[in-house]
Design a protein around this ligand. Sequence first.
Ligand code: ATP
Ligand code: MG
Length: 576
Amino acid sequence: MRLSKLHVVTLRDDPADAEIPSHRLLARAGYIVKVASGLYTYGPLMWRTLRKVSAIVRSELDREGALELMMPILHPKELWTRSGRWDRYVAEGILFTLKDSKGGEFCLGPTHEEVITSYADQTVTSYKQLPINLYQIQDKFRDEVRPRYGLMRGREFIMMDAYSFDADEEGLDASYKAMDRAYRAAFSRCGLTFRSVQADAGAIGGAGSEEFMVIAEAGEDEILYCEESGYAANVEKATSIPAAAPDGGEPRELEKHSTPGVKSVAELEEFFHLPAAAMAKTVLYSATWPDREAVVAVLMRGDLDVNEVKLAGALDCLAVTLADEETIRRVTGAEVGFAGPIGLPEEVILLADKTLEGRTNLLTGCNETDFHCLNVNLGRDCPRPTFHDLRLARPGERSPDDAGELKQARGIEVGHIFKLGTKYSAAMDATFIAEDGKPRPFVMGCYGIGISRTAQAAVEQNHDEKGIIWPVPIAPFEAVVAIVDVKKSEQVEAGERAYQALLDAGIDVCLDDRRLRAGAKFKDLELLGFPVQFTAGRGAGEDRFEVTPRANGEREELPFDQAVARVIELVQAGRS
Ligand code: ATP
Ligand code: MG
């Protein structure tokens, strides 16, 4: 293909809303053009890359025996009501909903568990048809609160979504492992440096869930990992071994102390000459369910912090937010800073972190302005809270396997694999006849790869100040032949010959035959980021050509045949 006919439109300036390098570069190089917030047109060159990412993902899934199909984007509300997700997703504001001319309600699919479960129910009758793993590559729609970073968080984006159906848990384990293999192979082939991490399994809990993270500064996710043991988890899910707390000893009599103006943990440490780990702070939250709201009091060791994802998981609610001052005053009857577990109204749900289980003689707030209580014993002085892991793990703490220290990194979630179990099949009454002749719900897994996000993540990991450095397997073209001056016949002739020779060798190559000043052309090509460049310039008349790998920019001057051979060699090295 000739760049003169490829509608290459590069910009001189970064778009104002581009905050991270990959977004800046993709927009400036004309790969993506914004339509509205979170909506983009992928230009012809970007579409080549997206098709290559899809092809890689497809081939790895096919290798594991998954089957491609295509489901509708438009979903009837009725399906989502059966799974119980319609109200939840509408309350979260993530669902794009619409009505047909007869008033029937629909949504644009943000994910397809409902549709695929219904498909399996209609087409799979016997255990003999299992296992089966079905996938599609399609646009998904999510009304994200904060669309940003270009393709990273769009409102319409391309996703590979797969769903496995098994007769039992062992089957699910095998399907899950196969997907794990396919993901690793696919992301490696896309030229990404990634790490799989344990992920929050939401309200379903228990079952396995892993996210595939591309390590990058710009990542929206925080990861904690231990080099010694290989433990790695999204901070939403991570656990650790916190520093030990002092032993409170035998329960002593409750004491109330006047603490005028003393509110913060640090102030309390000084006032009582006690370490923060001897305190239980009371953090008040407002929790929301689809049909109700409640105030929640979380007791947390004074030196530790609440993990709001774990809290929402323990409550099985849509969201938790810190209670506002008015709510705090209403339920505690005190100014902010003096909340405690004793004497809270019955409406308040009391939870405590596991690190407080069995602890005695704690220092807490009193629900009375300017007072704190010493020797508080949970269950004796206040209702016994339910204990959960609600703690935010932090870098520097011991990893849960005690093998080493936790370190921190940032990641972009490009894929997610998830053991669903019978959550959807049971809710939607999707069953098959098992070997014993009895109907059983399918044991399911679901799996997603953000195709468009993956393509941008590759740019986030592979660029320099001049532009993009595409990994060969997903580059729009593996190589470019640049004719420096299209008015010079020997350059044109040599360029055309090199282009043809590379095409014949099976290289996905393009020819830059644009009428552009040499400087502008080279700058443009650096921005566009094709992995290898063959340059037919002034030396063409004397059989001197340049070969330049985009990654290191180190030019090599070679005679024609050797230059062509060198391009082939570099591309082939980049393919594997
Ligand atoms: P996130 O936590 O980033 O919002 P998610 O956990 O909601 O993502 P999944 O439902 O697991 O996403 O979707 C599967 C994959 O689809 C993700 O791993 C990600 O790569 C991609 N993805 C999800 N939301 C978006 C989006 N708004 N824009 C682009 N890609 C997305
Ligand atoms: Mg996810």
